[in-house]
Design a binder for this molecule. Structure first.
Ligand SMILES: Cc1ncc(COP(=O)(O)O)c(C=O)c1O
Length: 447
């Protein structure tokens, strides 16, 4: 057992006990597989701002921030107050109020391309409904996605999200689709085609090969599920041009990057007008809220206006939309958005300096407040390149940081650190000091 892993288990005996109790009744003892890591994950007692405390009372500076959902920081008082005030008036009516419209107007101010939108409970529902809408609008079934990108666990999109290094996946520019889960009917993925991010010829080849069959190209404009890999200059412009030329709808999945890289997310930062945008995470202030929206003519196909179904008892519920409205209007102001982007740059520069000083075969990839250490010597531009990373080094880094009171990112090499409005310069400096110690040990043990 590595010394870091030994330290981790020594510090967290109560999490270990609680994991055993949970595992007897909940698969893996966790709500979602990503939340599991061996021998057991942390079990949390409480949280505030940039910190969480585990059941043994250990404090952690948190950079996972629930896989980038907690942009407003844990237990943000403004968001908490909005939830409390709404709860006192009622949490669910099955009838419309005013809050969802207020939030839709705020989102539209940030994303002018979302001429109309609908709310969901999660990112997966947002992307699933966006794809259904694209298919309804075009009367075509083909969906193109990028290798390594995760758009939520719906059948059509659960293809080539993470391709194990030992799986034959075809040439990089023409990846073979890899279905991620048992239990998915072949028909659901038969029309899902996979291309390489940042490789425009890969998309062009696929569009030509399946000419006339494709409804949409769904893409994270900045990849966040292969480490954080920004688009190469000109790539997204070429994507927009090609999709227009082939009459294919362009869906920007901004579930992770939305309302974060800029007020209007990636669409604003990269100055691209997609046909449909999907959002979640930041827009709910940490509560389960997603949205999909786009051109009025497309959204007018949604029931009761048109034939594309989008149902849900909890859709646009008062509680989550109130939390989202408080988060976007009062917490994620222009100033706050600028601040987390600046802090993100400072953190990335600090990590880069440590890597250079130690001479580690690693690099930092980042965009604004999101980023991560990739254990490959050259900055990756594609999922294939990122997937070459040294997983043993990443694992040692992960347990090293945990054992010293930092959750450095989401729990997988392909996740990211996420800086929230609650993180401070002091947090960043403290984290950089800890990182330098941990990476020095990683180097000593694994190089
Ligand atoms: C880009 C992207 N799209 C969709 C999803 C699915 O969102 P959710 O977990 O809210 O269903 C995620 C989740 O992390 C994501 O990163």
């Amino acid at each position: 057992m590595s010394k870091f892993l030994e330290e981790y288990t020594k510090r967290t005996p109560t999490s270990g006990k609680e994991a055993a109790r949970a595992q007897a009744i909940i698969p893996g003892g966790v709500g979602s597989a990503i939340q599991f890591w061996p021998p057991y994950p942390l079990f949390v007692d409480n949280s505030e701002g940039a910190y969480v405390w585990d059941l043994d009372g250990n404090k952690y500076i948190d950079y996972s921030m629930c896989y980038a959902a907690m942009i407003s920081g844990h237990a943000n008082p403004i968001v908490t107050k909005a939830i409390q005030e709404q709860a006192e008036k009622g949490v669910l009516f099955g009838l419309s109020g005013t809050v969802a419209t207020d939030l839709a107007e705020e989102i539209q101010r940030r994303y002018p391309s979302m001429e109309m939108m609908r709310f969901t409970q999660s990112g997966v529902e947002a992307t699933m409904n966006a794809v259904r809408l694209a298919r309804a609008a075009t009367e075509k079934m083909g969906v193109i996605k990028c290798e390594g990108m995760y758009h939520g666990a719906s059948d059509t999109l659960l293809v080539s999200c993470g391709v194990p290094s030992n799986t034959p996946a075809g040439p990089g520019w023409m990846p073979s689709p890899h279905v991620e889960s048992a239990g998915i009917p072949a028909g659901s993925t038969d029309h899902t085609y996979v291309v390489q991010f940042n490789h425009i010829e890969s998309l062009e080849y696929c569009l030509n090969k399946h000419a006339g069959e494709i409804a949409c190209f769904i893409i994270e404009p900045c990849m966040t599920n292969g480490g954080v890999i920004p688009p190469d200059p000109g790539y997204l412009d070429a994507v927009r041009e090609l999709t227009i030329k082939h009459n294919v709808l362009l869906i920007f999945d901004e579930v992770k990057v939305g309302c974060r890289l800029a007020m209007g997310g990636a669409a604003e930062l990269y100055n691209i007008k997609p046909d449909i945008v999907t959002l979640a995470k930041a827009i709910g202030g940490g509560t389960p809220l997603g949205a999909f929206g786009g051109r009025r003519d497309l959204m007018s196909l949604i029931s009761p206006l048109g034939p594309s179904i989008h149902f849900g008892t909890y859709n646009a519920n008062p509680l989550t939309t109130a939390a989202g409205l408080a988060c976007l209007k009062e917490v994620m102001t222009e100033e706050a958005t600028k601040r987390i982007n600046e802090l993100g740059k400072k953190y990335a520069a600090g990590l880069e300096a440590i890597i250079n000083k130690l001479g580690l075969p690693a690099c930092v990839t980042h965009e604004g407040p999101l980023g991560g250490i990739q254990f490959v010597p050259e900055k990756p531009h594609t999922y294939r390149q990122a997937n070459q990373g040294n997983k043993a080094m990443w694992t040692e880094y992960w347990y090293g940081m945990l054992s010293k009171g930092v959750i450095p990112m989401g729990s997988g090499w392909f996740e990211e650190y996420s800086i929230s409005v609650a993180h401070t310069e002091e947090d960043i400096n403290e984290t950089l000091n800890i990182t330098e110690d941990v990476l020095a040990t990683v180097k000593k043990n694994l190089m």
